[in-house]
Design a protein around this ligand. Structure first.
Ligand code: SAH
Length: 251
């Protein structure tokens, strides 16, 4: 059976694993960080706080993400927490002598979003002691969040927020041809854009703006301008309509 679109989405594939978390409030905050960014798979390995899923501090800090908190699973070992995963990333403020390759959050999120068959887990350590070397050494990569060298240790849930945010950007980028614009039409093909340039050039010559014998850099400059905009088919048609009108007015 082919995986469905939703199975392929990083939002469904990415697991957050918290190892030996001490503060229940941090567990709740991680649940919130995850839900705000669209993630929900949370596993706690031998938490050091009692009843982390129902502790009032956890519930309060989870706020509207109580479903993620309630849906979290508790595992007795890291191996159990990673069942079903085929890629493990240790998230650590500390670089170590014996460590897997060190990746930035951006590199990890791009890799995880691009490989639809990857079932990645990001593994966070205890608030005070971080992740044990034994776990870090089992991981495929170590993710280090670039930070102030004089004080680089983020709060656990804030580290989770940074990762969740970056993974959200990458996951959305998978299906997106342009960013930052609410409405998105069909992207124009290269052939459509080339046709529009030729049409526009002809029209600019017709109105005497472009001298065919001495064109200078006008067309390359216009092409560079349009290349920055991710033209849509409808926009190309409008520009061709303008070119048509320019030529008609010179008839
Ligand atoms: N004193 C601990 C820091 C613990 S902070 C140590 O030396 O490791 C709790 C967790 O937040 C860490 O285990 C790690 O998973 C994450 N974290 C905090 N700051 C981070 C950073 N700059 N880069 C990557 N992970 C970080």
């Amino acid at each position: 059976m082919n995986p469905t679109e939703t199975d392929i989405s990083l939002f469904k594939r990415l697991r957050f694993v918290l190892v030996e978390t001490s503060r229940a409030g941090n567990v709740g905050s991680v649940a919130r960080a995850m839900k705000t960014m669209g993630f929900s798979d949370l596993v706690l390995v031998t938490p050091r706080c009692a009843e982390p899923l129902t502790d009032p501090e956890a519930v309060a800090f989870a706020s509207g993400a109580s479903d993620v908190l309630e849906g979290a699973r508790i595992a007795g070992s890291i191996a159990e927490a990673l069942e079903g995963c085929n890629f493990a990333a240790a998230v650590s403020a500390r670089l170590r002598e014996f460590s897997p390759p060190v990746w930035s959050p951006r590199r990890f999120s791009a890799h995880a979003a691009a490989a639809a068959d990857l079932r990645p887990a990001i593994i966070f350590g205890n608030e005070r002691v971080g992740l044990p070397n034994g776990i870090v050494e089992q991981c495929n990569v170590l993710i280090n969040i670039p930070a102030n060298p004089a004080y680089s240790s983020l709060n656990l849930s804030q580290a989770a927020q940074v990762l969740a945010y970056d993974c959200r950007l990458a996951a959305e980028g998978e299906n997106r041809t342009q960013e930052g614009i609410g409405f998105q039409g069909e992207a124009a093909s290269l052939a459509q854009i080339e046709g529009m340039y030729a049409h526009l050039e002809e029209a600019l010559v017709a109105i005497g703006f472009l001298n065919a014998d001495n064109p200078k850099k006008l067309m390359p400059r216009l092409k560079r301008l349009f290349a920055r905009t991710q033209l849509e088919t409808e926009e190309v048609n409008i520009l061709r309509g303008i070119a048509r009108q320019m030529m008609r007015s010179k008839d």
